[in-house]
Design a binder for this molecule. Structure first.
Ligand code: PXG
Length: 441
């Protein structure tokens, strides 16, 4: 809402990501501080954070332990190279992460974002196949509606049309897409994982028949798609993908940038749903969003395949200036300490039923066509407005913010993903505000 008392913020020069810049700048929504479950905006209004920032502040905002760890580290050593040099923190962090990772995924490559994690994972997969003498395995398989960030690898295997359109002639070659698993006809208003759709994984067999398994390097999926509007894996679907990939020597990559660090319960979705990939990517919750950082976990066997040839040879020609950045590592170590001490990876399981009941109270409100929840995630889908797809989703989001709730709109789906420190009264307040916004739109 426009407010004349707001201090003037110069809005012209920041080209905002994934934002309708002109629309936003006519009436900016600006956050100024954050604590626990709340943001305070530049008008001094408290806003419940229904989205853990952008799915990243899983331990809530303003965690003193993280602030202190980061301040101490930046004062002690602001930066140190990790190319042909090292410092203790990324080694410590990798060991700590290996303890919570799905079984066997105990080698860790550090990046600075989910996009870099996705591209790194794809490169590991291709280089691995070469290293084991399977150099013809160059094809990659993604999925419709998938989001794997914005690098060329990520948008190539990704399946969101708007993210690909302008770059269609520059996408990496040799990529196919499995069908997405969103099926309102059969699964609308299912509580928990959808009953129908495991057979969609069999499309992978069709691609194997088409191309030959010996031409396919890897399949990448989000165990649960976040960005496209919370699309859940049908019961048995991930297991089926695992069976087919294993049978054909195809690597399975889980992109857990959103599902990692407790979002659906357990540390990773792989553990919650009992399916272990060969490679797993993460970011966001790794540092509670406080400092940019991502990571790629690989199995010891994949790592081992690279450790051949002369010992003086670099095994993998890949890395970032900031891989294992000391300040990011300090933030991540402090974050992991909080997750463990407060048992936060169990919170999404403990609260799952309450969360689901609260969200399903929205069933029957005008234009609500589906409700999907799992762990501490929800997607509430609306029938599109006559003026176009996405308008109703945006208007509900806008109204929520006006009423003191930060939600996230993806097309005509509102996504909620509160910090794992959320309590029942926050859930009630969120659902009240959302219900109100839905009634007005
Ligand atoms: N993979 C997945 C599964 C993601 O969700 C990325 C990769 C890319 O991460 P970076 O750190 O490069 O942004 C993501 C990011 C939303 C939303 O509202 C989701 C993301 C980012 C911003 C908004 O759904 N996911």
């Amino acid at each position: 809402m426009a407010n004349d008392s707001r201090p003037a913020v110069p809005v012209d020069h920041f080209w905002m990501p994934f934002t309708a810049n002109r629309q936003f700048k006519t009436s900016p929504r600006l956050l100024e501080s954050a604590e626990g479950m709340y943001y305070t905006d530049t008008d001094g209004r408290q806003v419940i954070d229904g989205t853990a920032g952008l799915w990243c502040c899983n331990a809530g905002h303003g965690r003193r332990e993280i602030t202190e760890a980061v301040s101490k580290q930046i004062a002690r050593m602001d930066f140190a190279p990790t190319f042909q040099m090292g410092h203790p923190l990324p080694f410590e962090l990798a060991e700590r992460l290996a303890e919570i990772a799905p079984a066997g995924l105990n080698r860790v490559f550090f990046t600075n974002s989910g996009s870099e994690s996705a591209d790194t994972a794809l490169k590991v997969a291709l280089a691995y196949q070469r290293a084991i003498g399977q150099g013809s395995r160059t094809r990659l398989i993604g999925r419709e509606l998938a989001y794997h960030g914005v690098g060329f690898g990520g948008i190539s295997v990704g399946g969101m049309g708007n993210n690909r359109k302008a770059f269609s002639s520059s996408l990496i070659p040799g990529v196919d897409h499995l069908p997405h698993t969103l099926d309102l006809t059969r699964n609308a208003f299912t509580r928990g994982l959808p009953e129908h759709g495991a057979e969609l994984a069999d499309e992978l067999e069709r691609l194997v028949t088409l191309h030959g398994a010996d031409n396919i390097a890897a399949v990448i999926v989000e165990p649960m798609s976040g960005s496209a509007g919370v699309i859940l894996p049908p019961q048995g679907y991930l297991q089926r993908l695992r069976e087919i990939t294993r049978k054909h020597g195809i690597l399975l990559i889980f992109d857990e940038v959103i599902t990692g660090f407790g979002r659906v319960g357990e540390a990773f979705a792989a553990q919650r749903w009992g399916v272990t990939p060969d490679i797993l990517t993460c970011a966001k919750g790794l540092t509670n969003g406080a400092v940019p950082m991502g990571a790629v976990f690989v199995s010891e066997q994949i790592h081992e395949a690279f450790m051949h040839g002369p010992e003086s040879a670099i095994e993998f020609f890949h890395g970032y200036t900031y891989s294992g950045h000391p300040v990011a590592c300090a933030a991540a170590l402090a974050t992991q300490e909080i997750y463990q001490r407060e048992n936060l990876f169990q919170k999404a399981i403990e609260l799952e039923g309450y969360w689901q009941d609260a969200l399903f109270s929205l069933q029957g409100l005008p234009n609500v066509t589906d409700i999907r929840t799992v762990g501490l995630v929800a997607g509430i889908q609306f029938a599109p407005h006559a003026d176009g797809v996405g308008k109703r989703g945006y208007e509900v989001f806008r109204q929520c913010f006006e009423d003191g709730l930060l939600a996230r709109a993806s097309g005509d789906t509102i996504a909620l993903s509160p910090a794992l420190i959320v309590e029942r009264e926050h859930i009630d307040a969120m659902v009240d505000r959302l219900a109100n916004a839905i009634r007005k739109n």
